[in-house]
Every structure is written in C-alpha cells, then in structure tokens.
Design a protein around this ligand. Structure first.
Ligand SMILES: [Zn+2]
Length: 223
C-alpha cells in the first residue's frame, strides 16, 4: 500500500470514528430514555390552526408580556437530576399574584401528552401554525389537571392549576411556578426537559420562551 492510500484510509477512519462518536454522544441520555415516555404521547392532529398567541395565565391582558414575571431563565444551569443539565424552559408566574393560579393554552391546539407525577406533572399541547409548522407548548409543575390526552383546546380552556406556596412545601423544592417550554420538536417525548446537556441540543428542540413570546404575542395570521 502506498503512502497516499494509507493516508487516505487513516483520514477516512478518523472521519468515520468522528461520525460514530458524535452519533452516540448526541442526545445519548435522551436516546436511552425517550421510548419510556412515548407511552404517554398520542399522535393527534390539532383541529384548528393557530391564529395568535397569549401568555398562559389569566392576567387580564394576555397579549402583554409585562403581565408575567420571570422566576428562572431559559438556559440556566441545573444541578438536579442529571447534574449540569440546562434549563429548557422559562419559569413564570403572573406579575400580579393570584390566590390560585390557573393555566390556559398559549394557542389553539390538542393535548398530546400528559406525563410525570407530582411535583413535575406536565401537559403538552401540539399546535399547528398557518405555515404548516408544528410547535409544542409544555406546562410543568401542575397541581391539578382538567384535560386529558386528545382534548382539543383553545386559549380559554382551563387546563390546570399551579401549586400554592403551601402545597409545594411537602416536595422540598420551589414548584409554585410554571415551567413553560416552547418546543420545536417533541422527538424526546418530554425527557429532554431534564436531559439536555448542551446548547446545541437545547436549540435543536426548544425556543427561548421569552424571545418567542416577544415576537408572537400578537396575531400571527392576518385576515
Ligand atoms: Zn423550570
């Protein structure tokens, strides 16, 4: 074998190894976990197309981003569960405190998954955009849930209630807020919420909720 051929084979091997290592590395925790959460998911098309987005609380003016308050930001470092994972949501509460905080869909859609137990109970809504794109909104840390998988919802459907500060105490953590994810994909069936370890995976699956809301809290289709 001449030197050139040998060199080409070495380069090819390095490239192939690189591809394999990346394929295993990429989302390896998610790959190993996602099938477990698939059971909670149902493939149902939303009956209606999204015509606008609102904040997920009954704040009086649901198209005003100032009616909500950020508790924890998107992309934050987390030590819980898989140590060092990235916060895939923005944690929110209404700007004006309410005795009981109810959750409403950000847009018309269908409930496609309800998964996890207290205090991480989660409802996921699948939305169909006018351009054919699919967006998912995921609402986590729900004390009570009033919908089931398959329920077609609109922005007035009361889907859940958050914990009060008193109720959250028994879980030894602060769960009296909404962990809101806005997702590009539900490929992981929900487990990427605690298994996202790098910015690349974060951006592949999730929108920054505040950035998304700032550009979408108005009608998205014009008549
Ligand atoms: Zn959170």
């Amino acid at each position: 074998m001449n030197g050139l051929k040998k060199g080409m084979i070495v380069v090819l091997l390095i490239l192939l190894t690189g591809v394999v290592v990346r394929a295993i590395d990429k989302n390896s925790y998610i790959e190993a976990t996602r099938s477990y959460y698939k059971e909670a998911y149902r493939e149902i098309k939303p009956a209606k197309v999204v015509s606008g987005w609102m904040v997920p609380f009954d704040t009086g003016n649901r198209t005003d981003i100032r009616s909500i308050r950020v508790v924890s930001v998107f992309g934050d470092h987390r030590e819980s569960y898989l140590k060092g994972h990235i916060h895939t949501a923005t944690d929110l509460i209404p700007a004006k405190k309410q005795a009981l905080t109810y959750i409403y869909p950000m847009a018309v859609g269908v409930v496609c998954s309800i998964h996890l137990g207290h205090p991480h109970k989660t409802v996921v809504i699948r939305h169909l955009m006018a351009n054919g794109q699919t967006v998912y909104t995921s609402y986590k840390h729900l004390q009570e849930i009033y919908v089931t998988v398959g329920t077609q919802v609109d922005q007035q459907t009361k889907i859940a209630r958050l914990y009060t500060a008193a109720e959250t105490k028994k879980y030894h953590g602060n769960y009296d807020h909404l962990h809101l994810e806005i997702r590009k994909s539900f490929y992981d069936y929900g487990c990427a919420s605690w298994l996202t370890m790098n910015k690349e995976d974060l951006n592949e699956l999730f929108y920054n909720p505040m950035v998304f809301m700032k550009s979408h809290l108005v009608l998205v289709t014009k008549i």
